[in-house]
Design a binder for this molecule. Structure first.
Ligand SMILES: N[C@@H](CCC(=O)N[C@@H](CS)C(=O)NCC(=O)O)C(=O)O
Length: 280
């Protein structure tokens, strides 16, 4: 059994380092995160989109520090320490990226300070967003890891893993507003946030797995329109300030994800993927 990666690069770099530094002062709302983690990036993008004052604390979740486990017994990032009580002197923990992001959207709800809500006001539309958030977390994200962790000893081929990821991406984008650029149209929303971090990591398939396989402009055959819509979404989402500002340098991701590509990491996500279990 390989070791869990406690030797990860310890800091953010690039734009994310600047954003982390700008949020390093003491604040009653604390995000415990790891620069490499896409689930953390979901939370980070939400904090950025809503301009929420907070403190960012970089930790290595693989070290399972006892103080950290007291906050989150699952031992995962993101973990949020939320101020409660009089004068915000006490804090309570929250975890699970999708839960945290919805919490932030609900609590920081003054449009003058925090912009428009990230989920629609209409109950039906909100529920529909949650279907596609569930599709992202329950289908696209697991397929991402099955593909990235592919090795010759797997019971499925690399082409099957690639086809599965592309199938889930296609199903998702066919549900998006036809004009876009974002899932709901002009408005950047929680649905976009839930997928953006993995979008930013798709280049890893070019580095490690011989390519992602999404056809280039004009090469999508009968699916050309679908892939065109995907490219529009991807371009707009990648260019979003909150997404750019929460990314470290590419070479750091390439190093950090080598253990996934070689299928040697013992992270909870990788072990669940290997065992065919639901992701943590
Ligand atoms: N379902 C969790 C997943 C979080 C997660 O897996 N985080 C990883 C880092 S990307 C982690 O903390 N791993 C620690 C470990 O595997 O021991 C969420 O959405 O927040």
């Amino acid at each position: 059994m390989g070791s869990v990666d406690t030797s990860l690069h310890p800091h953010t770099s690039g734009r994310a380092a600047e954003y982390a530094k700008a949020h390093s002062s003491t604040n009653p709302l604390i995000l415990y995160g790891g620069w490499f983690c896409p689930f953390v990036q979901r939370t980070w993008i939400t904090l950025h989109e809503k301009n929420i004052p907070h403190q960012y604390v970089e930790i290595n979740p693989y070290q399972k520090d006892p103080e950290f486990l007291k906050l989150n017994p699952r031992g995962l990032v993101p973990t949020l320490a939320v101020p409660v009580g009089r004068a915000n002197k006490q804090q309570k923990p929250l975890y699970e990226s999708a839960v945290i992001c919805e919490y932030l959207d609900e609590v920081y709800n003054d449009p003058a300070k925090h912009g428009p809500p990230l989920l629609p006001a209409d109950a039906y539309e909100r529920a529909r967003c949650r279907i596609w958030i569930d599709h992202i977390s329950g289908r696209i994200v697991p397929a991402f890891y099955r593909f990235l962790q592919h090795s010759d000893s797997k019971p499925y081929s690399l082409d099957e893993a690639r086809a599965e990821l592309l199938h889930h991406i296609k199903t998702f984008i066919q549900e998006a507003d036809p004009d876009g650029p974002f899932f709901l149209g002009e408005q950047f929303s929680m649905v976009d946030i839930m997928l953006a971090p993995w979008l930013c990591r798709l280049f890893l398939f070019d580095v490690y797995k011989g390519g992602l396989g999404i056809p280039g402009e004009g090469k999508g055959g009968e699916d050309e329109q679908v892939w065109q819509r995907w490219r529009k979404w991807a371009k707009a989402t990648e260019a979003r300030q909150s997404v750019l500002d929460t990314l470290s340098e590419r070479r750091q991701y390439i190093d950090a994800y080598r253990r996934y590509a070689e299928d040697t990491t013992q992270s909870e996500v990788a072990r669940a993927t290997r065992a065919g279990r639901r992701l943590p």
